[in-house]
Design a protein. Structure first.
Length: 237
């Protein structure tokens, strides 16, 4: 039986929902993030605010929430030519992927997370990747996650479980999952304190939270929130 987890926690909507999901299921939960010189590095500040608010607002989770880890992954930004690591406009590449795709990002994240989990004796790695709203990123696919789970378990001689709570749901359902796990308080926390905007905009406040309102991440988040509200699911929280 699994009792401990390490959550890949960027401070955005998806990872905050995954963190709440893990806190609701496991006895000990730690978090990990990566500074890869992303344009939206404000998320690294937002995540600390989110963690503090979870401790303050959810006493049933506070005792479970353990150490936070931030790793310097500057090398990823150095080798990447993407819209998330360079000042360039968002666009589709000739190969069919958006230029927000950072090659190898999730593979590196999971490898380093597994190394930390090994040292900290954590059994489950939780990540917010999904195939429903994933922009076609190949390192978000379920097959990739299964392959990484096998490779990491074999390479470290320790059986890891990579858990992906959002794999088969869209953004509207992600809002609903947050409401199911943490109620209206968690939804309000996600709106007010998490950060998803690729441009790092914390000036413009929308019904769904802060962001430029125009980048792919904001567009996805806004549409998901609108779908969540339209479904009436928020009224039952």
């Amino acid at each position: 039986m699994h009792t401990s987890a390490l959550v890949l926690f960027s401070g955005g909507q998806d990872s905050t929902t995954c963190l709440a999901y893990a806190l609701d299921r496991y006895e000990r939960v730690e978090t990990i993030a990566f500074d890869y010189r992303q344009r939206h590095s404000v998320e690294l500040e937002a995540r600390l605010v989110v963690l503090q608010n979870i401790r303050d607002q959810f006493p049933q989770w506070a005792a479970k929430l353990g150490e936070d880890h931030l790793l310097d992954l500057a090398v990823l930004g150095a080798v990447s030519e993407t819209a998330l690591t360079r000042e360039t406009a968002f666009a589709m590449e000739s190969g069919g992927l958006p230029n927000t795709f950072v090659p190898g990002r999730n593979l590196l994240f999971l490898t380093l997370a597994a190394a930390v989990a090994y040292r900290r004796d954590l059994q489950v790695i939780v990540t917010g990747v999904c195939e429903t709203d994933f922009s076609g990123y190949p390192d978000c696919r379920d097959d990739t996650m299964k392959a990484m789970q096998l490779a990491l378990s074999l390479g470290m001689d320790k059986r890891y479980l990579i858990e992906t709570p959002l794999m088969w749901i869209d953004k509207a359902a992600t809002w609903h999952l947050a409401a199911q796990v943490g109620g209206a308080a968690l939804v309000d926390l996600i709106v007010e304190h998490t950060h998803t905007c690729y441009l790092g905009d914390r000036q413009h406040r929308h019904a769904w939270g802060y962001g430029c309102g125009a980048c792919p991440a904001c567009d996805l988040r806004a549409k998901g929130y609108a779908g969540y509200i339209a479904s009436g699911a928020h009224q039952s929280v």
